[in-house]
Write a protein that binds this ligand. Structure first.
Ligand SMILES: [Ca+2]
Ligand SMILES: [Ca+2]
Length: 72
């Protein structure tokens, strides 16, 4: 059931993650998402969080980010 991306895709995802994680703490918060995607409605960010934040700590780790964007 794992759809772990590999190689170039993983490198792209790391770059994208780092671009959103502006304070570089290794986690993406709702606020960082909102700064990166200013056009995104607050409800969309909220639902992203509910869907993607699998451990419920209120922020995205890189693993959660990968799961979120890799699923389709
Ligand atoms: Ca951060
Ligand atoms: Ca989390």
């Amino acid at each position: 059931m794992s759809t772990e991306p590999t190689g170039e895709r993983l490198t792209e995802l790391r770059q994208e993650f780092a671009a959103i994680d502006t304070d570089g703490d290794g986690y993406i918060t709702e606020r960082e998402l909102g700064e990166r995607f200013p056009g995104l409605p607050a409800e969309a960010i909220g639902s992203l969080n509910r869907d993607g934040d699998s451990d419920g700590d209120g922020r995205f780790s890189f693993e959660e980010f990968v799961r979120l964007v890799a699923r389709d």
